[in-house]
Design a protein around this ligand. Structure first.
Ligand SMILES: [Zn+2]
Length: 594
Protein backbone atom coordinates (compact mmCIF):
# COMPACT_ATOMS: atom_id res chain seq x y z
CA UNK A 1 0.00 0.00 0.00
CA UNK A 2 2.25 2.70 -1.24
CA UNK A 3 1.14 6.14 -0.26
CA UNK A 4 0.28 8.07 -3.34
CA UNK A 5 0.86 11.74 -3.35
CA UNK A 6 -1.84 14.15 -4.48
CA UNK A 7 -4.81 11.80 -3.98
CA UNK A 8 -8.04 13.64 -4.91
CA UNK A 9 -10.19 15.24 -2.20
CA UNK A 10 -12.44 12.78 -0.34
CA UNK A 11 -15.51 15.03 -0.35
CA UNK A 12 -15.29 15.69 -4.08
CA UNK A 13 -14.85 11.98 -4.81
CA UNK A 14 -17.82 11.04 -2.65
CA UNK A 15 -20.09 13.67 -4.16
CA UNK A 16 -19.02 12.99 -7.76
CA UNK A 17 -19.31 9.21 -7.61
CA UNK A 18 -22.46 9.49 -5.48
CA UNK A 19 -24.14 11.59 -8.17
CA UNK A 20 -23.18 9.11 -10.89
CA UNK A 21 -24.29 6.09 -8.89
CA UNK A 22 -27.41 7.94 -7.84
CA UNK A 23 -28.56 8.60 -11.40
CA UNK A 24 -27.57 5.13 -12.67
CA UNK A 25 -29.25 3.22 -9.81
CA UNK A 26 -32.12 5.69 -9.56
CA UNK A 27 -33.29 5.23 -13.12
CA UNK A 28 -33.15 1.45 -12.88
CA UNK A 29 -34.24 0.78 -9.27
CA UNK A 30 -36.50 3.69 -8.32
CA UNK A 31 -37.82 5.57 -11.34
CA UNK A 32 -40.44 2.99 -12.41
CA UNK A 33 -41.82 2.91 -8.86
CA UNK A 34 -41.82 6.71 -8.63
CA UNK A 35 -43.72 7.04 -11.91
CA UNK A 36 -46.25 4.38 -10.87
CA UNK A 37 -46.76 5.74 -7.34
CA UNK A 38 -47.39 9.24 -8.67
CA UNK A 39 -49.39 8.01 -11.66
CA UNK A 40 -47.39 10.24 -13.96
CA UNK A 41 -48.84 9.94 -17.44
CA UNK A 42 -46.51 11.51 -19.96
CA UNK A 43 -48.29 12.78 -23.05
CA UNK A 44 -45.74 14.90 -24.91
CA UNK A 45 -42.03 14.86 -25.71
CA UNK A 46 -41.61 18.06 -23.74
CA UNK A 47 -43.05 16.43 -20.63
CA UNK A 48 -40.75 13.44 -21.17
CA UNK A 49 -37.74 15.74 -21.25
CA UNK A 50 -38.88 17.58 -18.11
CA UNK A 51 -39.50 14.31 -16.25
CA UNK A 52 -36.11 12.89 -17.26
CA UNK A 53 -34.29 16.06 -16.21
CA UNK A 54 -36.23 16.26 -12.94
CA UNK A 55 -35.44 12.64 -12.05
CA UNK A 56 -31.79 13.11 -13.03
CA UNK A 57 -31.58 16.14 -10.78
CA UNK A 58 -33.28 14.38 -7.85
CA UNK A 59 -31.18 11.21 -8.15
CA UNK A 60 -27.95 13.17 -8.54
CA UNK A 61 -28.71 15.47 -5.59
CA UNK A 62 -29.76 12.62 -3.32
CA UNK A 63 -26.86 10.43 -4.51
CA UNK A 64 -24.25 13.12 -3.97
CA UNK A 65 -25.60 14.11 -0.58
CA UNK A 66 -26.05 10.60 0.83
CA UNK A 67 -22.72 9.34 -0.50
CA UNK A 68 -20.98 12.36 0.98
CA UNK A 69 -22.37 11.43 4.40
CA UNK A 70 -21.58 7.74 3.93
CA UNK A 71 -18.19 8.60 2.42
CA UNK A 72 -17.17 9.95 5.81
CA UNK A 73 -17.32 6.34 6.97
CA UNK A 74 -14.97 5.31 4.18
CA UNK A 75 -12.68 8.20 5.01
CA UNK A 76 -12.71 6.99 8.62
CA UNK A 77 -11.71 3.51 7.48
CA UNK A 78 -8.95 4.97 5.35
CA UNK A 79 -7.65 7.07 8.21
CA UNK A 80 -8.01 4.61 11.05
CA UNK A 81 -7.89 1.06 9.75
CA UNK A 82 -6.85 0.41 6.20
CA UNK A 83 -4.26 3.08 5.77
CA UNK A 84 -4.23 5.22 2.66
CA UNK A 85 -6.03 3.58 -0.25
CA UNK A 86 -3.85 2.38 -3.06
CA UNK A 87 -6.17 4.30 -5.37
CA UNK A 88 -8.70 6.51 -3.70
CA UNK A 89 -10.57 7.28 -6.92
CA UNK A 90 -11.17 3.59 -7.59
CA UNK A 91 -12.09 3.00 -3.92
CA UNK A 92 -14.81 5.67 -3.93
CA UNK A 93 -15.89 4.81 -7.45
CA UNK A 94 -16.43 1.15 -6.68
CA UNK A 95 -17.75 1.39 -3.12
CA UNK A 96 -19.77 4.55 -3.75
CA UNK A 97 -22.70 2.47 -5.01
CA UNK A 98 -22.89 0.27 -1.92
CA UNK A 99 -22.38 3.25 0.37
CA UNK A 100 -25.19 5.06 -1.39
CA UNK A 101 -27.62 2.16 -1.16
CA UNK A 102 -26.88 1.67 2.55
CA UNK A 103 -27.15 5.40 3.27
CA UNK A 104 -30.42 5.60 1.30
CA UNK A 105 -31.90 2.77 3.35
CA UNK A 106 -30.77 4.24 6.65
CA UNK A 107 -32.18 7.62 5.59
CA UNK A 108 -35.49 5.96 4.80
CA UNK A 109 -35.62 4.31 8.23
CA UNK A 110 -34.67 7.60 9.87
CA UNK A 111 -37.51 9.39 8.03
CA UNK A 112 -39.94 6.72 9.18
CA UNK A 113 -38.75 7.16 12.76
CA UNK A 114 -38.94 10.95 12.61
CA UNK A 115 -42.54 10.75 11.40
CA UNK A 116 -43.90 8.13 13.75
CA UNK A 117 -41.43 7.80 16.64
CA UNK A 118 -41.66 4.06 16.15
CA UNK A 119 -40.20 1.40 13.89
CA UNK A 120 -42.83 -1.26 14.63
CA UNK A 121 -43.97 -1.28 11.01
CA UNK A 122 -40.54 -2.38 9.87
CA UNK A 123 -41.13 -5.81 11.41
CA UNK A 124 -43.27 -6.56 8.39
CA UNK A 125 -40.28 -6.07 6.09
CA UNK A 126 -37.78 -7.82 8.39
CA UNK A 127 -37.02 -10.59 5.92
CA UNK A 128 -36.41 -8.22 3.01
CA UNK A 129 -34.17 -6.10 5.26
CA UNK A 130 -32.17 -9.22 6.10
CA UNK A 131 -31.86 -10.09 2.41
CA UNK A 132 -30.83 -6.51 1.74
CA UNK A 133 -28.05 -6.62 4.35
CA UNK A 134 -26.84 -9.97 2.98
CA UNK A 135 -26.66 -8.62 -0.58
CA UNK A 136 -24.77 -5.54 0.62
CA UNK A 137 -22.20 -7.81 2.27
CA UNK A 138 -21.88 -9.95 -0.87
CA UNK A 139 -21.59 -6.85 -3.05
CA UNK A 140 -18.87 -5.44 -0.79
CA UNK A 141 -16.85 -8.66 -1.01
CA UNK A 142 -17.15 -8.76 -4.80
CA UNK A 143 -16.22 -5.08 -5.04
CA UNK A 144 -13.25 -5.71 -2.75
CA UNK A 145 -11.99 -8.34 -5.20
CA UNK A 146 -12.58 -6.04 -8.16
CA UNK A 147 -10.81 -3.22 -6.34
CA UNK A 148 -7.78 -5.45 -5.74
CA UNK A 149 -7.67 -6.44 -9.42
CA UNK A 150 -8.00 -2.95 -10.88
CA UNK A 151 -5.39 -1.54 -8.52
CA UNK A 152 -2.89 -4.34 -9.11
CA UNK A 153 -3.15 -6.57 -12.20
CA UNK A 154 -5.27 -4.28 -14.38
CA UNK A 155 -3.57 -1.00 -13.61
CA UNK A 156 -4.17 0.16 -17.16
CA UNK A 157 -7.92 0.30 -16.51
CA UNK A 158 -8.76 3.84 -15.49
CA UNK A 159 -11.67 4.88 -13.18
CA UNK A 160 -12.97 6.84 -16.14
CA UNK A 161 -14.16 3.52 -17.58
CA UNK A 162 -16.40 3.02 -14.53
CA UNK A 163 -17.74 6.56 -14.83
CA UNK A 164 -18.68 5.95 -18.46
CA UNK A 165 -20.30 2.65 -17.55
CA UNK A 166 -22.45 4.38 -14.91
CA UNK A 167 -23.38 7.13 -17.34
CA UNK A 168 -24.37 4.48 -19.88
CA UNK A 169 -26.49 2.72 -17.25
CA UNK A 170 -28.22 6.02 -16.49
CA UNK A 171 -29.00 6.72 -20.13
CA UNK A 172 -30.31 3.22 -20.84
CA UNK A 173 -32.33 3.40 -17.62
CA UNK A 174 -33.95 6.64 -18.76
CA UNK A 175 -34.71 5.11 -22.17
CA UNK A 176 -36.13 1.96 -20.57
CA UNK A 177 -38.36 4.16 -18.39
CA UNK A 178 -39.70 5.95 -21.45
CA UNK A 179 -40.40 2.66 -23.22
CA UNK A 180 -42.23 1.00 -20.34
CA UNK A 181 -44.68 3.85 -19.72
CA UNK A 182 -48.20 2.56 -20.08
CA UNK A 183 -50.37 4.00 -22.78
CA UNK A 184 -52.90 6.58 -21.64
CA UNK A 185 -56.31 5.21 -20.78
CA UNK A 186 -58.91 6.73 -23.07
CA UNK A 187 -61.57 8.64 -21.14
CA UNK A 188 -64.51 6.25 -20.78
CA UNK A 189 -67.66 7.06 -22.64
CA UNK A 190 -70.34 5.91 -20.27
CA UNK A 191 -73.23 7.58 -22.02
CA UNK A 192 -75.91 9.75 -20.47
CA UNK A 193 -78.73 9.42 -17.97
CA UNK A 194 -81.82 7.92 -19.50
CA UNK A 195 -85.21 9.42 -18.75
CA UNK A 196 -87.34 6.85 -17.02
CA UNK A 197 -90.57 8.75 -17.15
CA UNK A 198 -91.97 11.60 -19.17
CA UNK A 199 -92.44 13.78 -16.11
CA UNK A 200 -89.38 14.17 -13.96
CA UNK A 201 -89.63 13.97 -10.20
CA UNK A 202 -89.44 17.52 -8.92
CA UNK A 203 -88.78 16.78 -5.25
CA UNK A 204 -85.49 18.54 -4.43
CA UNK A 205 -82.56 16.27 -3.69
CA UNK A 206 -79.94 17.17 -1.11
CA UNK A 207 -76.88 14.96 -1.46
CA UNK A 208 -74.54 15.23 1.52
CA UNK A 209 -71.06 13.71 1.65
CA UNK A 210 -69.62 13.59 5.15
CA UNK A 211 -66.08 12.38 4.82
CA UNK A 212 -65.33 9.54 7.22
CA UNK A 213 -68.74 9.49 8.93
CA UNK A 214 -69.39 6.25 10.82
CA UNK A 215 -72.39 4.79 12.61
CA UNK A 216 -70.15 4.13 15.61
CA UNK A 217 -70.42 7.84 16.28
CA UNK A 218 -73.77 8.69 14.75
CA UNK A 219 -75.80 5.81 16.19
CA UNK A 220 -75.23 6.73 19.88
CA UNK A 221 -76.04 10.35 19.06
CA UNK A 222 -79.25 9.34 17.30
CA UNK A 223 -80.28 7.06 20.15
CA UNK A 224 -79.17 9.48 22.84
CA UNK A 225 -81.24 12.34 21.42
CA UNK A 226 -78.34 14.65 20.55
CA UNK A 227 -78.84 14.23 16.79
CA UNK A 228 -82.56 14.91 16.27
CA UNK A 229 -82.19 15.79 12.58
CA UNK A 230 -80.45 12.55 11.72
CA UNK A 231 -82.86 10.67 13.93
CA UNK A 232 -85.90 12.04 12.13
CA UNK A 233 -84.34 11.22 8.76
CA UNK A 234 -83.34 7.70 9.83
CA UNK A 235 -86.74 7.00 11.42
CA UNK A 236 -88.59 7.85 8.23
CA UNK A 237 -86.07 6.65 5.66
CA UNK A 238 -83.63 3.88 5.13
CA UNK A 239 -80.12 3.37 6.45
CA UNK A 240 -77.17 1.16 5.69
CA UNK A 241 -73.44 0.99 5.34
CA UNK A 242 -71.31 1.97 2.41
CA UNK A 243 -68.68 -0.71 2.03
CA UNK A 244 -65.46 1.12 1.32
CA UNK A 245 -63.02 -0.37 -1.16
CA UNK A 246 -59.25 -0.24 -1.29
CA UNK A 247 -57.61 -0.03 2.15
CA UNK A 248 -56.31 2.23 3.64
CA UNK A 249 -59.34 3.92 2.06
CA UNK A 250 -57.93 7.13 0.62
CA UNK A 251 -60.77 9.58 0.19
CA UNK A 252 -59.74 10.76 -3.27
CA UNK A 253 -60.09 7.32 -4.84
CA UNK A 254 -63.30 6.71 -2.88
CA UNK A 255 -65.08 9.91 -3.91
CA UNK A 256 -63.95 9.49 -7.52
CA UNK A 257 -65.66 6.09 -7.59
CA UNK A 258 -68.73 7.26 -5.67
CA UNK A 259 -69.30 10.34 -7.82
CA UNK A 260 -68.84 8.58 -11.17
CA UNK A 261 -70.01 5.03 -10.39
CA UNK A 262 -66.75 3.75 -11.88
CA UNK A 263 -63.83 1.80 -10.37
CA UNK A 264 -60.52 3.50 -9.75
CA UNK A 265 -58.94 1.59 -12.62
CA UNK A 266 -61.26 3.63 -14.84
CA UNK A 267 -61.39 6.96 -12.98
CA UNK A 268 -57.61 6.90 -12.70
CA UNK A 269 -57.81 8.50 -9.24
CA UNK A 270 -55.94 6.57 -6.54
CA UNK A 271 -54.71 9.22 -4.12
CA UNK A 272 -55.97 12.17 -2.09
CA UNK A 273 -53.78 14.92 -3.45
CA UNK A 274 -52.43 15.97 -6.80
CA UNK A 275 -49.12 17.61 -7.59
CA UNK A 276 -48.89 20.47 -10.07
CA UNK A 277 -45.40 21.12 -11.42
CA UNK A 278 -44.21 23.19 -14.39
CA UNK A 279 -43.75 21.15 -17.55
CA UNK A 280 -45.46 18.02 -16.22
CA UNK A 281 -49.07 16.85 -16.44
CA UNK A 282 -50.92 16.96 -13.08
CA UNK A 283 -49.90 13.84 -11.17
CA UNK A 284 -50.91 12.26 -7.86
CA UNK A 285 -49.20 12.58 -4.51
CA UNK A 286 -49.14 9.34 -2.52
CA UNK A 287 -49.24 10.17 1.17
CA UNK A 288 -48.35 6.73 2.55
CA UNK A 289 -44.84 6.05 3.74
CA UNK A 290 -42.76 3.59 1.77
CA UNK A 291 -39.41 2.24 2.84
CA UNK A 292 -38.35 2.21 -0.79
CA UNK A 293 -39.40 5.78 -1.56
CA UNK A 294 -39.22 7.74 1.73
CA UNK A 295 -36.06 9.68 0.75
CA UNK A 296 -37.64 10.51 -2.62
CA UNK A 297 -40.78 11.69 -0.81
CA UNK A 298 -38.66 13.91 1.41
CA UNK A 299 -37.10 15.52 -1.68
CA UNK A 300 -40.64 15.92 -3.00
CA UNK A 301 -41.59 17.70 0.25
CA UNK A 302 -38.63 20.04 -0.19
CA UNK A 303 -39.75 20.77 -3.74
CA UNK A 304 -43.25 21.46 -2.44
CA UNK A 305 -41.96 23.70 0.36
CA UNK A 306 -39.91 25.67 -2.17
CA UNK A 307 -42.88 26.07 -4.49
CA UNK A 308 -41.67 23.89 -7.39
CA UNK A 309 -44.44 21.35 -6.80
CA UNK A 310 -47.82 22.68 -5.76
CA UNK A 311 -49.90 20.20 -3.71
CA UNK A 312 -53.57 20.57 -4.64
CA UNK A 313 -56.85 18.73 -4.56
CA UNK A 314 -57.04 16.76 -7.82
CA UNK A 315 -58.35 18.98 -10.62
CA UNK A 316 -61.36 17.86 -12.64
CA UNK A 317 -59.00 16.87 -15.46
CA UNK A 318 -57.51 14.04 -13.39
CA UNK A 319 -60.90 12.35 -13.15
CA UNK A 320 -61.86 10.11 -16.07
CA UNK A 321 -65.63 9.81 -16.19
CA UNK A 322 -68.32 12.33 -15.30
CA UNK A 323 -69.29 13.19 -11.75
CA UNK A 324 -72.99 12.78 -11.11
CA UNK A 325 -73.75 16.51 -11.18
CA UNK A 326 -72.45 16.70 -14.73
CA UNK A 327 -74.68 13.78 -15.75
CA UNK A 328 -77.65 15.52 -14.13
CA UNK A 329 -76.77 18.87 -15.67
CA UNK A 330 -76.48 17.26 -19.12
CA UNK A 331 -79.95 15.78 -18.56
CA UNK A 332 -81.38 19.20 -17.82
CA UNK A 333 -81.35 19.26 -14.01
CA UNK A 334 -80.43 22.52 -12.28
CA UNK A 335 -77.49 21.52 -10.11
CA UNK A 336 -75.55 23.14 -7.29
CA UNK A 337 -72.34 21.69 -5.88
CA UNK A 338 -70.40 22.76 -2.80
CA UNK A 339 -66.78 21.79 -2.18
CA UNK A 340 -66.98 18.27 -3.54
CA UNK A 341 -63.83 16.98 -5.18
CA UNK A 342 -63.29 17.29 -8.91
CA UNK A 343 -65.05 20.65 -9.09
CA UNK A 344 -62.02 22.71 -10.13
CA UNK A 345 -62.02 24.56 -12.39
CA UNK A 346 -65.82 24.90 -12.37
CA UNK A 347 -67.38 24.77 -15.82
CA UNK A 348 -68.90 28.11 -16.70
CA UNK A 349 -72.11 26.68 -18.15
CA UNK A 350 -72.84 24.54 -15.08
CA UNK A 351 -75.13 25.65 -12.27
CA UNK A 352 -73.85 26.99 -8.95
CA UNK A 353 -70.45 25.53 -8.11
CA UNK A 354 -68.27 26.26 -5.10
CA UNK A 355 -65.18 24.35 -6.12
CA UNK A 356 -62.84 22.57 -3.74
CA UNK A 357 -60.29 25.35 -4.29
CA UNK A 358 -62.36 27.49 -1.95
CA UNK A 359 -61.87 27.38 1.80
CA UNK A 360 -59.06 26.05 3.95
CA UNK A 361 -59.48 22.62 5.44
CA UNK A 362 -57.15 19.96 6.86
CA UNK A 363 -55.21 19.90 3.59
CA UNK A 364 -53.90 23.37 4.38
CA UNK A 365 -51.66 21.70 6.95
CA UNK A 366 -50.13 19.68 4.09
CA UNK A 367 -49.36 22.77 2.06
CA UNK A 368 -52.53 23.04 -0.04
CA UNK A 369 -53.02 26.79 -0.44
CA UNK A 370 -56.27 28.34 -1.49
CA UNK A 371 -57.59 31.82 -1.88
CA UNK A 372 -61.24 32.66 -2.36
CA UNK A 373 -60.79 33.80 -5.97
CA UNK A 374 -63.77 34.43 -8.30
CA UNK A 375 -62.54 31.79 -10.82
CA UNK A 376 -63.11 29.10 -8.18
CA UNK A 377 -66.91 29.52 -8.22
CA UNK A 378 -69.71 29.79 -10.77
CA UNK A 379 -71.73 31.65 -11.83
CA UNK A 380 -69.35 34.60 -12.05
CA UNK A 381 -72.26 36.97 -11.42
CA UNK A 382 -72.71 35.57 -7.91
CA UNK A 383 -69.01 35.26 -7.04
CA UNK A 384 -69.03 37.99 -4.37
CA UNK A 385 -72.02 36.56 -2.61
CA UNK A 386 -70.85 32.94 -2.82
CA UNK A 387 -67.33 33.76 -1.65
CA UNK A 388 -68.45 35.93 1.26
CA UNK A 389 -68.59 33.01 3.73
CA UNK A 390 -64.95 32.21 2.88
CA UNK A 391 -63.49 35.59 3.75
CA UNK A 392 -60.53 35.22 6.11
CA UNK A 393 -62.20 36.33 9.35
CA UNK A 394 -63.45 33.63 11.70
CA UNK A 395 -67.03 32.60 11.03
CA UNK A 396 -68.14 31.44 14.42
CA UNK A 397 -65.86 32.48 17.24
CA UNK A 398 -67.79 30.59 19.89
CA UNK A 399 -67.93 27.27 18.08
CA UNK A 400 -64.47 26.06 19.05
CA UNK A 401 -65.26 26.93 22.66
CA UNK A 402 -68.49 24.95 22.48
CA UNK A 403 -66.75 21.94 20.96
CA UNK A 404 -63.93 22.07 23.47
CA UNK A 405 -64.98 23.97 26.60
CA UNK A 406 -61.65 23.75 28.38
CA UNK A 407 -58.77 26.16 28.71
CA UNK A 408 -56.33 23.27 28.92
CA UNK A 409 -54.96 23.01 25.38
CA UNK A 410 -51.65 21.29 25.99
CA UNK A 411 -50.94 18.65 23.38
CA UNK A 412 -51.74 15.11 24.60
CA UNK A 413 -48.72 12.84 25.01
CA UNK A 414 -49.96 10.34 22.42
CA UNK A 415 -50.59 12.91 19.66
CA UNK A 416 -47.94 13.28 16.96
CA UNK A 417 -49.73 16.30 15.51
CA UNK A 418 -51.78 19.08 17.09
CA UNK A 419 -55.39 17.89 17.49
CA UNK A 420 -56.65 21.37 18.46
CA UNK A 421 -55.46 22.94 15.23
CA UNK A 422 -57.24 20.13 13.42
CA UNK A 423 -60.47 20.84 15.33
CA UNK A 424 -60.21 24.57 14.70
CA UNK A 425 -59.70 24.16 10.94
CA UNK A 426 -62.37 21.46 10.64
CA UNK A 427 -65.11 23.30 12.47
CA UNK A 428 -64.25 26.45 10.57
CA UNK A 429 -64.47 24.89 7.10
CA UNK A 430 -67.65 22.98 7.93
CA UNK A 431 -69.26 26.18 9.21
CA UNK A 432 -68.37 28.04 6.01
CA UNK A 433 -69.64 25.10 3.96
CA UNK A 434 -72.98 25.21 5.78
CA UNK A 435 -73.17 28.97 5.33
CA UNK A 436 -72.67 28.93 1.59
CA UNK A 437 -75.11 26.02 1.26
CA UNK A 438 -77.69 28.01 3.18
CA UNK A 439 -77.16 30.94 0.82
CA UNK A 440 -77.82 28.66 -2.14
CA UNK A 441 -81.05 27.29 -0.67
CA UNK A 442 -82.24 30.73 0.47
CA UNK A 443 -81.91 31.94 -3.11
CA UNK A 444 -83.43 28.78 -4.54
CA UNK A 445 -85.60 27.14 -1.84
CA UNK A 446 -86.58 24.25 -4.11
CA UNK A 447 -83.05 23.73 -5.48
CA UNK A 448 -83.55 20.55 -7.57
CA UNK A 449 -80.12 19.10 -6.79
CA UNK A 450 -77.63 20.30 -4.20
CA UNK A 451 -74.49 18.32 -3.38
CA UNK A 452 -72.50 19.40 -0.31
CA UNK A 453 -69.24 17.93 0.92
CA UNK A 454 -68.12 18.17 4.55
CA UNK A 455 -64.42 17.62 5.15
CA UNK A 456 -64.28 18.34 8.88
CA UNK A 457 -65.58 15.25 10.68
CA UNK A 458 -62.95 12.98 9.13
CA UNK A 459 -60.16 15.24 10.38
CA UNK A 460 -61.64 15.48 13.87
CA UNK A 461 -62.04 11.69 13.99
CA UNK A 462 -58.40 11.27 13.00
CA UNK A 463 -57.33 13.50 15.85
CA UNK A 464 -59.76 12.55 18.64
CA UNK A 465 -60.75 8.92 18.04
CA UNK A 466 -58.66 7.42 20.86
CA UNK A 467 -60.18 9.75 23.49
CA UNK A 468 -63.73 8.88 22.41
CA UNK A 469 -63.04 5.13 22.09
CA UNK A 470 -60.15 4.40 24.49
CA UNK A 471 -61.28 0.76 24.64
CA UNK A 472 -60.20 0.42 21.01
CA UNK A 473 -56.60 0.56 22.22
CA UNK A 474 -56.20 -2.21 24.81
CA UNK A 475 -52.42 -2.39 24.26
CA UNK A 476 -51.73 1.29 24.42
CA UNK A 477 -54.66 3.33 25.77
CA UNK A 478 -54.57 7.12 25.86
CA UNK A 479 -53.97 8.84 29.20
CA UNK A 480 -57.15 8.85 31.35
CA UNK A 481 -56.80 12.60 31.86
CA UNK A 482 -56.89 13.13 28.07
CA UNK A 483 -59.92 10.85 27.77
CA UNK A 484 -61.60 12.93 30.44
CA UNK A 485 -60.63 16.21 28.80
CA UNK A 486 -61.15 15.31 25.12
CA UNK A 487 -63.47 12.30 25.06
CA UNK A 488 -66.64 14.29 24.33
CA UNK A 489 -65.30 16.36 21.43
CA UNK A 490 -66.44 13.95 18.72
CA UNK A 491 -69.96 13.69 20.12
CA UNK A 492 -70.18 17.47 20.31
CA UNK A 493 -69.03 17.62 16.72
CA UNK A 494 -71.79 15.26 15.60
CA UNK A 495 -74.28 17.37 17.51
CA UNK A 496 -73.01 20.49 15.77
CA UNK A 497 -73.32 18.92 12.30
CA UNK A 498 -76.79 17.64 13.12
CA UNK A 499 -77.86 21.05 14.30
CA UNK A 500 -76.60 22.85 11.19
CA UNK A 501 -78.05 20.19 8.91
CA UNK A 502 -81.42 20.81 10.54
CA UNK A 503 -81.08 24.52 9.86
CA UNK A 504 -80.24 23.86 6.21
CA UNK A 505 -83.20 21.53 5.74
CA UNK A 506 -85.52 24.08 7.30
CA UNK A 507 -84.72 26.54 4.52
CA UNK A 508 -86.27 24.34 1.83
CA UNK A 509 -89.71 25.37 0.65
CA UNK A 510 -90.75 21.72 0.54
CA UNK A 511 -89.19 18.70 2.25
CA UNK A 512 -86.35 17.47 0.05
CA UNK A 513 -85.14 13.95 -0.45
CA UNK A 514 -81.92 13.63 1.51
CA UNK A 515 -79.08 11.26 0.75
CA UNK A 516 -76.20 11.22 3.23
CA UNK A 517 -73.17 9.05 2.66
CA UNK A 518 -69.56 8.72 3.68
CA UNK A 519 -66.65 7.34 1.72
CA UNK A 520 -65.38 5.12 4.55
CA UNK A 521 -65.79 4.70 8.29
CA UNK A 522 -63.31 5.35 11.06
CA UNK A 523 -61.62 3.30 13.71
CA UNK A 524 -58.42 2.68 15.62
CA UNK A 525 -55.18 1.92 13.85
CA UNK A 526 -51.98 0.32 15.00
CA UNK A 527 -50.24 1.08 11.74
CA UNK A 528 -47.74 3.90 11.50
CA UNK A 529 -49.95 6.81 10.62
CA UNK A 530 -49.94 10.43 11.63
CA UNK A 531 -53.07 9.87 13.75
CA UNK A 532 -54.32 7.06 15.97
CA UNK A 533 -57.76 7.22 14.39
CA UNK A 534 -57.83 6.02 10.82
CA UNK A 535 -60.14 5.10 7.95
CA UNK A 536 -62.08 1.86 8.25
CA UNK A 537 -64.31 0.01 5.87
CA UNK A 538 -67.88 0.75 6.88
CA UNK A 539 -69.15 4.16 5.86
CA UNK A 540 -72.72 5.37 6.29
CA UNK A 541 -75.71 5.41 3.99
CA UNK A 542 -78.87 7.29 4.87
CA UNK A 543 -81.71 8.09 2.47
CA UNK A 544 -84.86 9.81 3.58
CA UNK A 545 -87.59 12.00 2.13
CA UNK A 546 -90.93 12.12 0.39
CA UNK A 547 -89.88 9.75 -2.42
CA UNK A 548 -88.15 7.26 -0.17
CA UNK A 549 -90.15 4.61 1.65
CA UNK A 550 -89.30 3.62 5.19
CA UNK A 551 -87.29 0.49 5.06
CA UNK A 552 -86.64 -1.70 8.06
CA UNK A 553 -83.20 -3.20 8.44
CA UNK A 554 -79.89 -1.80 7.35
CA UNK A 555 -78.59 -2.52 3.90
CA UNK A 556 -75.17 -2.71 2.36
CA UNK A 557 -74.39 -0.25 -0.39
CA UNK A 558 -71.46 -0.11 -2.76
CA UNK A 559 -69.68 2.95 -4.08
CA UNK A 560 -71.15 2.13 -7.47
CA UNK A 561 -74.76 2.28 -6.25
CA UNK A 562 -74.71 5.98 -5.42
CA UNK A 563 -74.90 7.41 -8.96
CA UNK A 564 -77.80 5.08 -9.93
CA UNK A 565 -79.54 5.98 -6.65
CA UNK A 566 -79.19 9.71 -7.24
CA UNK A 567 -80.30 9.26 -10.84
CA UNK A 568 -83.38 7.29 -9.73
CA UNK A 569 -84.30 9.92 -7.17
CA UNK A 570 -84.28 12.49 -9.96
CA UNK A 571 -86.33 10.24 -12.21
CA UNK A 572 -83.58 8.82 -14.40
CA UNK A 573 -82.02 5.48 -15.08
CA UNK A 574 -78.24 5.46 -14.83
CA UNK A 575 -76.19 4.90 -17.97
CA UNK A 576 -76.23 1.20 -18.89
CA UNK A 577 -72.46 0.89 -18.61
CA UNK A 578 -72.55 1.51 -14.85
CA UNK A 579 -72.64 -1.65 -12.76
CA UNK A 580 -74.29 -0.28 -9.61
CA UNK A 581 -78.00 -0.35 -8.89
CA UNK A 582 -80.39 2.15 -7.34
CA UNK A 583 -80.79 1.14 -3.72
CA UNK A 584 -83.89 3.10 -2.88
CA UNK A 585 -87.09 2.77 -4.81
CA UNK A 586 -87.48 5.27 -7.58
CA UNK A 587 -89.79 8.24 -7.02
CA UNK A 588 -93.37 7.46 -6.10
CA UNK A 589 -94.78 8.58 -9.42
CA UNK A 590 -92.21 6.61 -11.44
CA UNK A 591 -93.47 4.26 -14.10
CA UNK A 592 -92.58 0.60 -13.55
CA UNK A 593 -89.14 -0.46 -14.78
CA UNK A 594 -88.99 -1.20 -18.47
ZN1 LIG B 1 -62.33 10.11 3.51
Amino acid sequence: MARRSSQPDVALLAIGWGMLWGVALGFWLLAPEIVDAHRIQIETLGQRVVLTLALTFIFAALGGFLTLIAGLALAGIEAAIAGPFRDRTWAYGLFGGVLLVVAYTLDSILIHWTNFHSLDDLRRVQSSLAAFIASCVVASVVLGIVYRKVTTRFRSLRPRALAWTLAGLAVTGAVALALRSAALLPAPDIGALRARQPQRDDVPLLFVGIDGATWRLLQPAIEGGTAPTLRALADRGTTGTVEALWPPYWSGAAWAAILTGLPREVTGVYEDLAGIAPGLPPFQLPLAVSLRLNPIYSVRSLLAASGVIEPALPPRSLLRGKPVWELLHDAGVDTAVVRFRFTHPPAAQMGVTISDRVGNDGWTLLGVRRDPVPEAVTPASRADELLAPFKPQARDADLFQRLLPTADLHQPADALLDPFEQLRISSDIDTRTFEVSERIVRTSPAQPFLAVYFAGLDSVEHAFWQYRFPGDYPQNPPAPADVERLGAVLDRYVRYIDDRLGQLLALYSQPPNVLIISDHGHGPTTLSTAWRGWHERDGIFLASGPSIPHDVGPRTVSYYDIVPTIAALKGFAAPEQLTGRAVVTAPVQATPPR
